[in-house]
Ligand binder design. Structure first.
Ligand code: FES
Length: 191
């Protein structure tokens, strides 16, 4: 076939091109995409595996952490409370591990009825566990999550909580107020 008179013959018309042809580029791109998707899928599966395994490992270790539910901890000198007052106190959970960080601390409300006589409430609402707040003026515990309210003796006043605040067992030993903090108070404790 004759060439067009104005067409310049190409010296390297049959030389291998430095640019990949369209088909080669597409294949390489597909390979890259497959590799990326495979790596991403593997990473997600690894993360998923860790997320699934963590609670199982935690549950396996739980009996060791809850080994001593009868642990009593000291809150404060019993003589330091004022009758008629309710105060918030923090303490370190006896079931915590050294690497638990902030989760190792908990809190409770201590209501002093008279010298040597107390009620000690869990801070967690009996509905879904949000921390309740004590309001001295209204003498109510109020829950910020769904509006649950409790009277100063911990009994339910209104809102979704099905019952009053859970209470810790307490005692006065050697002049100090102690609570049985080895377990969270709850239905299983009957408090
Ligand atoms: S968690 Fe307190 S009212 Fe729902």
């Amino acid at each position: 076939m004759s060439e067009h008179p104005n067409q310049q013959p190409s010296a390297d018309a049959h030389a291998p091109s430095s640019k990949p042809c369209c088909g080669c580029a597409g294949a390489a791109s597909t390979e890259n995409r497959r590799g990326f998707l495979f790596a991403a899928g593997s990473t997600l599966m690894t993360i998923g595996g860790v997320l699934v395994a963590a609670p199982i490992v935690g549950a396996a270790l739980a009996p060791a952490r809850n080994a001593d539910p009868d642990t009593w901890i000291t809150l404060a000198p019993a003589s330091g409370f004022t009758p008629g007052k309710t105060v918030l106190l923090k303490f370190t959970k006896p079931t915590s591990a050294p690497d638990d960080g902030m989760t190792s601390s908990s809190a409770c409300y201590v209501r002093c009825l008279e010298a040597g006589k107390f009620q000690v409430f869990a801070v967690n609402c009996a509905h879904l566990g949000c921390p309740v707040e004590w309001f001295e003026q209204s003498r109510l515990f109020l829950c910020p999550c769904h509006g649950g309210a409790y009277y100063e003796d911990g009994s339910r006043a209104s809102g979704p909580p099905p019952r009053g605040l859970f209470e810790y067992q307490w005692r006065v030993e050697n002049g100090s107020l102690e609570i049985r903090a080895g377990r969270l108070p709850g239905l299983q404790e009957g408090t």
